[in-house]
Design a protein around this ligand. Structure first.
Ligand code: ATP
Length: 323
């Protein structure tokens, strides 16, 4: 099976697009994430790190539309589309291939990604597309997989993919893929400063290992105070407990991020941190009105490419158009 790399146009219309065989297309919406805590353990013999990863889904979304086609192909639109691989390495393609293989069918589908999540930004955009394509194909092909079956495939695709399917808030352990959902009472307001260019997650972990050389790294654990703040929906308490062990590594690789963090804090954010492996920076704010003010200040500061406002927790992968 081949996956052409030529960019095509998505099917337009109301989401119900005629396709060979008369089947409709299916569109799934999937959120980005921010790690409100990312505790990183020492490198394991397999090269991965044990994590205590507190995920929060935030309201920036990719939309994945799948339509029956003669062969698997991928297209992508959006501001960062040029950086998205359109071959079989794309996590959305890998998801369709993995699901089809489990059911002994051919993944003959056109996957279109309407990408709004920054690429290589530490917001799990690729993982979102993997989870979205999985749910979309499962729906299109009428497979009716259980959530546990889908989560199994997600875990094979990558550490952050299961959370993209679930959304909300969750504690991830192991490589981050063993999830315990967390009920959040209320919501949080965020501003995200999108940097120019991405940071490779493996490179950031390698820098973490380099900086940690010769030190004793404790086993990663979630902070009880942070979990309590999250459950209570208390932004001031959450601001006091936000923590990202990858932040020093991301700052070492991209020192200019310190200016972005300082600009958001000076503009009134309750707290600022690098999102996951970066280079997106995240600012927790008190209210939607405050979010707009901080976003404007960040834009004016010249320390980021753009600033986005988002609420959390957001729903996980959701079918928004389909049969
Ligand atoms: P994470 O937060 O999970 O570490 P990220 O948000 O930093 O990830 P992604 O946007 O997921 O980064 O992209 C990381 C790399 O994954 C990209 O540089 C790209 O080569 C590859 N990739 C594979 N599939 C996709 C996809 N559907 N969208 C974006 N990137 C993808």
């Amino acid at each position: 099976m081949s996956v052409p790399t030529a960019e095509g146009e998505p099917a337009e219309g109301d989401g119900h697009v005629s396709a060979p065989g008369g089947a409709a297309s299916v569109t799934v919406r999937v959120p980005a994430k921010v790690n409100v805590q990312l505790a990183v353990g020492a490198a394991r013999p397999d090269g991965f790190h044990d994590l205590a990863n507190v995920f929060l889904a935030v309201g920036l979304y990719d939309e994945i539309t799948v339509t029956p086609a003669d062969a698997l192909r991928i297209t992508c639109t959006g501001p960062d589309a040029a950086q998205v691989p359109l071959d079989a390495t794309n996590l959305a393609a890998r998801a369709a291939i993995a699901l089809a293989a489990r059911h002994g069918i051919d993944p003959r589908v056109h996957i279109h990604i309407a990408k709004d999540i920054p690429v290589a930004g530490g917001m799990a955009g690729g993982s979102a597309d993997g989870a979205g394509a999985l749910l979309a194909c499962d729906t299109l092909w009428g497979l009716g997989s259980s959530q546990d079956e889908l989560l199994d495939i997600c875990a094979e695709l990558g550490s952050d993919v299961p959370f993209s399917l679930l959304g909300g808030a969750a504690l991830g352990t192991g490589r981050g893929e063993h999830l315990t959902p967390i009920d959040v009472d209320g919501g949080f307001h965020w501003v995200f400063a999108v940097a120019d260019g991405g940071l490779s997650t493996p490179t950031v972990f390698r820098e973490f290992d380099r900086l940690a050389e010769g030190t004793d790294i404790p086993a990663p654990t979630a902070a009880p105070a942070l979990l309590a703040a999250l459950r209570a929906g208390d932004p001031t308490a959450l601001a006091a407990t936000l923590a990202n062990d990858l932040q020093p590594a991301a700052l070492a690789l991209r020192p200019s991020l310190a200016d972005t963090l300082a600009a958001g804090t000076a503009a009134g954010a309750l707290a600022a941190l690098v999102s996951g492996s970066g280079p997106t920076t995240a600012f927790l704010v008190k209210s939607a009105a405050e979010a707009a003010l901080v976003a404007n200040s960040l834009l004016g500061s010249g320390t980021c490419r753009t600033a986005r406002v988002a609420d959390s927790p957001a729903r996980g992968a959701t079918v928004v158009e389909g049969p």
